[in-house]
Design a protein. Structure first.
Length: 139
């Protein structure tokens, strides 16, 4: 099934100039980049995006990190894109991520983990329109 997923290149990856390598990897792995923009998120936007985690002890720190510098928001499309992107990212904690996954290559800690990806079809249906209007996505 052709699917779309939201990827975020997080402030740590952008700051370290890993964006080009990550985007190149997406294309190499057969994803199509349907939409892309650089944004400095507001605190309210980051809190809303990660609202499912608001009771977690790391929530405030996660929000502070996500607004600490520009992020690159990307809509990726491919057959089974959501699972394919999750596999390409690797485990949340880069120390536990498989070799050659994006988080193993570019992440440095469970919080500074370089990339975000939608974790289910339901999440993607929330996350993609959170940042992109229909006319911005070339499917
Ligand atoms: P992400 O895939 O963007 O979804 C939620 C984020 O919360 C996750 O990546 C991590 O950056 C962060 N996160 C998850 N677990 C922890 C944790 N135990 N401590 C700090 N940050 C975490």
């Amino acid at each position: 099934m052709m699917e779309q997923t939201l990827a975020i290149l997080k402030p740590d990856a952008v700051r370290k100039k890993f964006s080009g390598a990550i985007l190149a990897r997406y294309e190499k792995e057969g994803f199509r980049i349907c939409a892309l923009k650089t944004r400095l998120l507001s605190k309210a936007e980051a809190e809303g995006f990660y609202a499912v985690h608001r009771e977690r002890p790391f929530f405030a720190s996660l929000v502070d990190f996500m607004v600490s510098g520009p992020v690159i928001l990307v809509v990726l499309q491919k057959e089974n894109a959501i699972l394919a992107h999750r596999q390409l990212m690797g485990a949340t904690d880069p120390a536990k991520a498989e070799k050659e996954t994006l988080r193993a290559l570019y992440g440095e800690s469970i919080e500074y983990n370089a990339v975000h990806g939608s974790d289910s079809a339901e999440t993607a249906r929330f996350e993609i329109p959170y940042f992109f209007s229909t006319v911005e996505i070339v499917g």
